[in-house]
Design a protein around this ligand. Structure first.
Ligand SMILES: Nc1ncnc2c1ncn2[C@@H]1O[C@H](COP(=O)(O)OP(=O)(O)O)[C@@H](O)[C@H]1O
Ligand SMILES: [Mg+2]
Length: 699
């Protein structure tokens, strides 16, 4: 055991990897003493307040987008090496590295020192009966002074190690956040934001606890234990060694037995805690539905049910902790009693002095608090690893869509977008896009229409490389977009979504988000171009007015204007619009549509539209059904092809004026094929205006 403990110590000190199960051997260490357990930042909380600890729910939902993700981690096998890696500063930070080394030296010095302290007291006692008295006084003074020196060494180590730990924590959280930002949007959107933020909060707490435990608890206690064992073995022989070994082993076995049960209990506590959180969140989110359906009592009842379970579990937890404490006390103090009687026998036989008895007693008393703390340390380490598990799982998840190494920058020259036999599926079943081929010519407006779920938005997402095709290629100016850097692609393409969600920040910040380095004057000009100046002037703080959570302080039309302004500010070569006006009332829709048309005229645009009337002016219209491109042409040519999906959609959307379709079909028949092909937008518009003028139907 001594060897394995020393091994672990060497590993930790040298920065080699150990796994959590190695750490769990620590409670078996026979002797340990550390006043570190008394330090606020090093003390394991010995409270029965289970709600403070959190065991996450089952792992996050898995979707196909992150197939590279590994199976759920076993908490016992979380790679401590990975965590320790953060402790060693990389990249030319000589001072930080010096700090780590200095604190390790201080740690070893402090521990070598502290195991000798009880023996100063031994000398004091032994010299009490002998003259001159000043000998005893000298030893007692040395004893007292040594304790203060030890505290100084300890505090020095805290001061040196704390910045190391905090910097490791900061880098770990920064890297985790950056990693999550890089994960596939499909996976991210399938996650609950509340759950993700809790995974982060727990991960941070877990990492914090683990660093604290490793630096201020496990490492010092283990080192001290090894030294104390050596001291007892060499000075007093095997009898003392054996008794203390049995005591410590029983203590540890009991502790592990109860702590295992407590960990399971805490898992249930946290499951319930999560359920309470989700209930609360959902209930408030659906507050309107609760009121409208007069379900307040039902909601409170459900909430109370969960609270009552929490109440029972909390009582259970306090009982478990009491049993743990009582058992530990019984074992330890009985063991101490036996060892002290061995001392008494030794003193009577003259093998030991009174001073020896006092020193052994002092050493054992010193051991008590770190040994007790080790029980909680074990529990805390398990908890910390559990807390970190989901975050580490996130870190092991690899995004599918990444830039290829040394990817070239995309430089849009003309702005042609081409789909070459593209197939894609969100799940392995596939079929969300099937052999889609088309070209969106540079500088023109291409519209995509089709029933809901036919794959229109998916086409746009493929252009932004939110997903990659399973087969086929998407090309911009003839270049496969998988071969250019993601950032350069997304800088060239702007997306205006159906309903824009804004940051809870000022209007100006939300506009500038499209290009954070654009000068403010340009942002103001763009805002004016889309009519946001009118909105801003009507608000008390103008452009500095906060838009509220998700931008709900603005109307749908205003939010869409912000989205358009953002896109304008980014000065993209290609513009994608995903039903940008469908969430708006018809009056707002007309004005926003106008703003859109004016803003992006002359740029390649692909516009998904639900209402056909908003794409009458499109240079070409693609009709999608069940992931396939079924028709393609201008408004009028599609309308004029008999039994086309488009003409049926048109008839549906102009219900009440079915005869209009017949009229148009008649009109189309009057034109010859070549005339149709050459028919300009204006001609089509004029044809349709015929019916409008008669006032029979409008679009
Ligand atoms: N994140 C997703 N995960 C799984 N399936 C999805 C996801 N997004 C869309 N789909 C499915 O893909 C199909 C096409 O979706 P979409 O392109 O959004 O349709 P549209 O925009 O035409 O309404 C639908 O059947 C939809 O259910
Ligand atoms: Mg859609």
């Amino acid at each position: 055991m001594l060897r394995s403990t020393s091994c672990m110590l060497v590993c930790v000190i040298c920065g080699w990897g150990v796994h959590a199960h190695a750490l769990q051997r620590l409670p078996h260490v026979r002797f340990a003493h550390s006043s570190s357990a008394m330090h606020p930042s090093a003390t394991a909380p010995c409270s029965g307040n289970a709600a403070q600890n959190h065991v996450p729910r089952t792992s996050l939902k898995h979707t196909r987008c992150c197939e590279a993700s590994l199976p759920a981690l076993d908490t016992h096998r979380v790679d401590i090496r990975f965590i320790l890696g953060y402790l060693w500063p990389h990249g030319g930070k000589a001072l930080a590295r010096l700090r780590v080394l200095a604190s390790l030296v201080l740690l070893i010095a402090a521990k070598l020192y502290v195991v000798r302290v009880p023996f100063l007291f031994k000398h004091a006692i032994d010299s009490l009966g002998r003259a001159p008295l000043r000998n005893a006084a000298g030893w007692l003074f040395a004893y007292g002074f040594s304790r203060s020196v030890y505290t100084l060494l300890q505090e020095g180590r805290y001061l040196l190690f704390t910045p190391v730990g905090q910097s490791a924590l900061r880098r770990f959280m920064r890297d985790s956040f950056a990693h999550v930002q890089s994960l596939d949007s499909m996976w991210l959107s399938s996650q609950s934001t509340g759950e993700l933020s809790r995974v982060f909060a727990r991960g941070m707490r877990g990492m914090n606890a683990l660093l604290r435990l490793l630096l201020f608890n496990v490492l010092p206690t283990a080192l001290e234990a090894v030294l104390a064992i050596m001291m007892l073995g060499t000075r007093y022989g095997s009898g003392f060694l054996l008794t203390s070994l049995i005591t410590v082993l029983s203590f540890v076995t009991w502790t592990l037995f109860i702590v295992q049960r407590r960990v399971q209990l805490l898992a249930r506590v946290n499951e319930n805690d999560n359920a309470i959180f989700i209930k609360f969140f959902n209930s408030l989110l659906n507050n309107e539905a609760v009121r409208i359906n007069v379900n307040e009592r039902y909601e409170v009842g459900q909430y109370d049910g969960l609270l009552s379970r929490a109440e029972g579990l909390a009582i259970n937890d306090v009982q478990t902790v009491s049993v743990l404490n009582a058992g530990q006390a019984l074992i330890y103090w009985t063991g101490l009693g036996v060892i002290m009687s061995l001392c008494a026998r030794g003193v009577v036989r003259g093998a030991l002095t009174l001073g020896d008895a006092v020193a052994i007693n002092g050493l054992l008393l010193q051991l008590h608090s770190p040994l007790t703390a080790l029980g909680y340390t074990y529990q805390e380490i398990r908890q910390a690893l559990t807390d970190m598990r989901q975050l580490l799982e996130l870190l092991r998840r690899r995004p599918r869509v990444v830039s290829v190494p040394r990817a070239a920058e995309l430089h849009v020259r003309r702005g042609d977008i081409e789909f070459e036999d593209v197939s894609f599926g969100y799940t392995t079943a596939g079929g969300n896009l099937r052999n889609v081929s088309f070209t969106a010519p540079a500088g023109l407006k291409t519209a995509i229409v089709g029933s809901s779920g036919s794959g229109k938005s998916t086409v746009l997402k493929m252009i932004l490389r939110l997903h990659d095709p399973d087969s086929g290629r998407v090309l911009i100016d003839g270049e496969d977009i998988r071969l250019v850097s993601l950032n350069s692609l997304r800088r060239e393409v702007a997306l205006i979504p159906q309903d824009t969600i804004l940051f809870d920040d000022s209007i100006m910040h939300n506009i500038r988000y499209g290009n954070l380095s654009a000068p403010e004057a340009f942002a103001l000009e763009v805002a004016e171009r889309v009519g946001l100046n009118v909105t801003a002037h009507s608000l008390p703080d103008g452009y500095n007015t906060r838009v509220g959570e998700r931008g709900m302080g603005l109307s749908g039309g205003e939010r869409q204007r912000v989205a358009i302004a953002r896109a304008l500010l980014a000065q993209p070569s290609l513009v994608l619009c995903d039903e940008p006006t469908s969430a708006l009332d018809s009056l707002t829709e007309t004005t926003v549509q106008q703003v859109l048309d004016d803003s992006f005229r002359g740029r390649t645009s692909v516009v998904v539209a639900h209402k056909l009337r908003s794409v009458l002016d499109a240079d070409q219209i693609l009709v999608m059904r069940d992931g396939q491109l079924v028709e393609q042409g201008s408004h009028l040519s599609l309308l004029c092809s008999p039994n086309s999906t488009y003409s049926r959609m048109w008839a549906q959307q102009t219900a009440g004026a079915e005869d209009a379709l017949d009229d148009l079909n008649d009109y189309c028949e009057l034109l010859d094929g070549s005339g149709l092909a050459r028919m300009s937008l204006n001609a089509a518009q004029n044809a349709l205006d015929l019916r409008t003028l008669e006032g029979e139907w409008l679009w």
